[in-house]
Design a protein around this ligand. Sequence first.
Ligand code: HEM
Length: 507
Amino acid sequence: MALSSLLLSLAARALTFFFFLLVIAFLGYCLYIKYIHMKYDHIPGPPRDSFFFGHSPTMLKAMKNDGIIHDKFLEAEKYGPVYRINMFHYVSLCTYCPEATKEILMSPKYLKEKFAYKRLFNLFGQRFFGNGLITARDHEQWYKQRRIMDPAFSSLYLRGLMGTFNETAEKLMDKLAELADNKTEANMLHLLNCVTLDVISKVAFGVDLDLLKNSSPFPKAIETCLKGMVTYVRDAFFEYNPKNRRYVNEVREACRLLRTTGAKWISERKAAMQNGDEVPKDILTQIIKTASQEENMTEEDEEFMLDNFVTFFIAGQETTANQLSFCVMELGRHPEILEKAKKEVDDVIGMKCDISYDDLGELVYLSQVLKETLRIYPTAVGTSRDVAEDMVIDGVHIPGGVGVFFNSYVSGRLERFFKDPLRFDPDRFHPDAPKPYYCYYPFALGPRSCLGQNFAQMEAKVVMAKLLQRFDFTLVPGQTFDILDAGTLRPKSGVLCTLSHRDYKNK
Ligand code: HEM
């Protein structure tokens, strides 16, 4: 009896002590949040929803029902060229100040922001981008990879890809001809996704998927990963809600599919290399080179190759397909711009089937159209950097130790940079027009800018030029022109078109 009451009293004391510790930890955490508020609250920003959650309720609400969170950032523009967002003890800054954009993005000194990029290492516990080119934060680790990858994106190498760009775009034209003949609506986003995935698989990894003919789990897996990525980065508690377990498993499964595919393609390529077979100097060969050159690769080396496989498989595809779809959407809405672009294509390409590298340089107006598309619809919305030391942005003192977000969607839609910003006007990018000053960066800027920019724009031009050369198209009435934020921005409607053959050979 005495022993049990002693045990009971000990347990009660332990419980009280534990409770006491919890209260102390909680108060300590509150004080820390208060300290962060005091450190950064002089930077303007929208009113916080609450002391703890900061602005996150507003952000989560903005994303409900397919809302675009970037519209909230655009609204916050009224707080000035640098504004603050809080979430628990985190504080992030957003800026559209051109000078700060130039200073920070153009310098290798500012590393990619740790909160978002570290989080992309995995998705709900399944390794995803790992330490690949997009997510590598350490400068040395990134630079080593980038140097090895560069040759696969040199202009000489890219010229050699014109054959694949033409062939794959030609398969799309066959598919569109079939749809035109059958008077069937085309879901352009879906078809363009197939094309860009075919191109990256062929060009980067030497694999023919032929997605316009064959079905494949990859497009869905990529979409699932990207959607999962947005949820994972923006909602830290999502995975702990039992209601979301099924979805979380789907995302992990999609991620695993991409990585096991990568493992298979890499091992086939390595076997070919070991047999002394001639292999292309493509992205896959370079990925293998970025890992250890030793005979015995560690498990981490293998995982690292898969990080870059996933990086290129995803980065090299979605963004271009979405750009092309938005471009078709805007041309469908602006007949006069469409006619001008068609005329240029007729003048430069005529009835040729094979578009050459030099032809691309002459398609000046088409380039303007593609640039303007990315101004209003930057398919990869932005980038962020850690600012470790104190600095001043537009007269506001920024204490070091904070992440700064650069949002192309916001700066591309600001009246102060682009007059009447929602008007689709390719002449903003006329060769004689003044160049936007650090307020237009759909491919980011500086050392960490997009490695695939030229690749993407060559591919986009070949596809668009052939489409304009061969078909007249109109948008199916009644569809929305809204944007869907699915990790990358894409047209919500899928861009449904009816097509008819152009009599281009008689032009
Ligand atoms: C319209 C098409 C594309 C757009 C708008 C786009 C946009 C971007 C942006 C904004 C970044 C910076 C990301 C960040 O800082 O988090 C980036 C990085 C990157 N992109 Fe692209 N991209 C496109 C196409 C491509 C293609 C086709 C490839 C490959 C074939 C590619 C490969 C990469 C790589 C490897 C990086 C990381 C570069 C580094 O940090 O060294 N991208 N891209």
